[in-house]
Design a protein around this ligand. Structure first.
Ligand code: FAD
Ligand code: DLZ
Ligand code: SF4
Length: 516
């Protein structure tokens, strides 16, 4: 047999199962295709990242002696679709099967499964670049009434031995979250990210991406993502040395001027395979053992990767394709138009979206508590919001984006991702950030022309979704407050929110005219 090994854009790992066990006659195929860049209008940095990293990886494979066919975006015979390109190349090279490691999106996995009846079979191999497989997750989930990250995470700690002293967690606790909620402090200085040089391969890839997808969000002038394993290792070492020790304390803080704070910005490199989650966790643990970072920081960081990252992937694969259709709060609104151009006078949103346009990045609390929270309070429909998150972030692959957006942000999965919605008023944003002092609205006012829109939207959200949420034990306190509010005040808040929502310009998608 002679296999064609299709290596996808987020599979840039030399030890990928299909590569590890490649017979000597195998042909590796890597394909830049317009279909993958356009099925949602990805940010230019994201397309540039995939194209540059794929080209460098193809070179690395050739250096290792693999036979590689690389389809470039502007090749005349490129079919511009992953499935069709693989089948075309298999025929061209006389291959009798196509092997691929499990793709990062159900959409492609399903398309590949559907081709099984063809004369040219597709073989799907399990991806072992994670701590757990989807099967491990379903075995863990089986028979549990409720799925909760905390229990899944503890099991992974025990199984891997990460931050464990025998049977007990390092430092004596599993979770140090209560130490990790410090707001922004104006006197803090944050580590500057390493500046990655751009060689000819990178420059040409970024240019091709910019030329082909000129109408997409972003400009290449601010591109600074790692596109090779070497650059990714530079970022990893830099974070461990300069960011990790303060990662915990300021994990939830939001800054008006700084996009990265003490976050690692390693998600994109991990998601496309330039770094393994194991080596990232090992490096963080070693820094703790060397006495260079406190337990609350290292535990908090490792929980994001060993806990959340694995948990969302397990949820995704065990609940797709139904998961994507979920909309348990029945939301119908289109995305507000300013999500595409940051044209809003709400400072926190303006900054989070502008930083997204600049860097194809926003940190977790901006995604969850600013753009996410606002969409939740307005009732944006899951499909519209998910497409946006998938398009604008360089680290967005559906297996991780979808549970975070549909589940964690929109509570559309009825509580699989989180036991309550992460809804908050302007008070929360004011406490954790320094945005409000630069804003034309006041987080202290509920009604009137200067009132922060988050405030009335918050109560309006609770009121309109009471039927589904007021029996949730974790929402009892807040529904108690709503119940005690005078009807007159409730009516004023209701009107304030409804007037705001009626005027909110919505968009059908990037490049589509906004309409009110
Ligand atoms: P750090 O804060 O330094 O965290 C370290 C690592 O932990 C990250 O690199 C990431 O691999 C992992 N991690 C942290 N939080 C999560 C989480 N909630 N789920 C899974 N992994 C996590 N992350 C993505 O990688 N791709 C996405 O498409 C994505 N979409 C998101 C959409 C929404 C609405 C929300 C609320 C979160 C999303 N996240 C996504 C999770 C998280 O926001 C990003 O992983 C993080 O901001 C990446 O920046 P960082 O590398 O600096 O992370
Ligand atoms: C996101 C993306 C982009 C922009 N371009 C490509 C591409 O040209 N070729 C490719 O193989 N993958 C690309 N991807 C990633 C895919 O959309 C998809 O997420 C992964 O292939 C799933 O494993
Ligand atoms: Fe955001 Fe409201 Fe603060 Fe303005 S006042 S920055 S809209 S939270």
């Amino acid at each position: 047999s002679k296999p064609l090994l299709l290596v996808l854009g987020d599979q840039l790992t030399l030890t990928l199962p299909t590569l590890r066990e490649a017979p000597s006659n195998a042909v590796v195929a890597m394909c830049e295709v317009a279909e993958e860049a356009r099925y949602v209008p990805h940010h230019l940095h994201k397309i540039g990242l995939f194209m540059a990293a794929m080209r460098h990886f193809a070179d690395a494979l050739r250096d290792k002696g693999y036979t590689v066919h690389y389809s470039r975006i502007n090749d005349g015979d490129n079919t511009q679709s992953l499935i069709e390109e693989a089948e075309r190349l298999a025929k061209q090279y006389g291959c009798d099967e196509i092997r691929v490691t499990r793709p990062g999106e159900w959409r492609l996995w399903n398309d590949m499964q559907q081709r099984q009846h063809n004369a040219l079979p597709w073989q799907l191999w399990e991806d072992d670049r994670f701590f757990t497989t989807p099967d491990d997750f379903s075995r863990w989930a089986e028979g549990r009434k409720q799925l909760r990250l905390e229990y899944f995470y503890r099991e992974q700690r025990k199984r891997t031995g990460l931050l464990m002293e025998g049977d007990t967690p390092s430092g004596g606790q599993w979770n140090y979250d209560h130490d990790n909620r410090e707001p922004i402090d104006a006197s803090l200085s944050f580590p500057a990210l390493p500046n990655h040089g751009q060689d000819d391969v990178t420059k040409a890839a970024l240019k091709d991406a910019a030329d082909h997808f000129a109408d997409h969000m972003g400009t290449m002038e601010t591109f600074n993502l790692p596109v090779t394993r070497r650059q990714a290792l530079v970022d990893l070492n830099h974070f461990i040395e300069h960011g990790l020790a303060d990662f915990g304390r300021y994990q939830d803080a939001i800054s008006d001027r700084e996009p990265f704070l003490y976050h690692s910005r390693l998600s994109a490199a991990m998601n496309i395979g330039l770094l393994s989650p194991m080596e990232v966790c090992d490096a963080a643990e070693a820094h703790y053992h060397a006495g260079k970072a406190p337990i609350n920081a290292v535990e908090g960081f490792i929980r994001q990767i060993l806990g959340w990252r694995e948990y969302v992937r397990g949820l995704y694969w065990t609940h797709m394709p139904g998961y994507k259709q979920e909309n348990q709060l029945g939301f119908t609104r289109e995305l507000p138009a300013f999500y595409w151009d940051a044209n809003t006078d709400m400072r926190c949103l303006q900054r989070a979206i502008q930083m997204t346009i600049d860097n194809s990045y926003a940190h977790h609390i901006q995604r969850l508590m600013v753009t996410g929270n606002f969409a939740l309070l307005c009732g944006v429909k899951p499909e519209a919001l998910c497409d946006w998150y998938l398009a604008v972030y360089a680290d967005a692959c559906e297996w991780v984006e979808l549970p975070n957006t549909l589940g964690m942000v929109l509570h559309a999965d009825g509580g699989l991702m989180g036991s309550k919605p992460y809804c908050a008023s302007g008070k929360y944003i004011d406490k954790m950030s320094d945005h409000c002092q630069h804003c034309r609205y006041s987080p202290k006012q509920m009604t009137g022309p200067k009132a922060c829109p988050f405030n009335s939207l918050y109560w309006h959200f609770l009121e309109t979704n009471a039927e589904r949420l007021n029996r949730n034990p974790r929402m009892k306190l807040i529904y108690g407050s709503l119940g005690r509010m005078k009807e007159e005040k409730r009516e004023a808040i209701r009107q304030q929110a409804e007037q705001f929502l009626a005027k909110l310009p919505t968009s059908k998608g990037y490049g589509q005219p906004a309409h009110t």
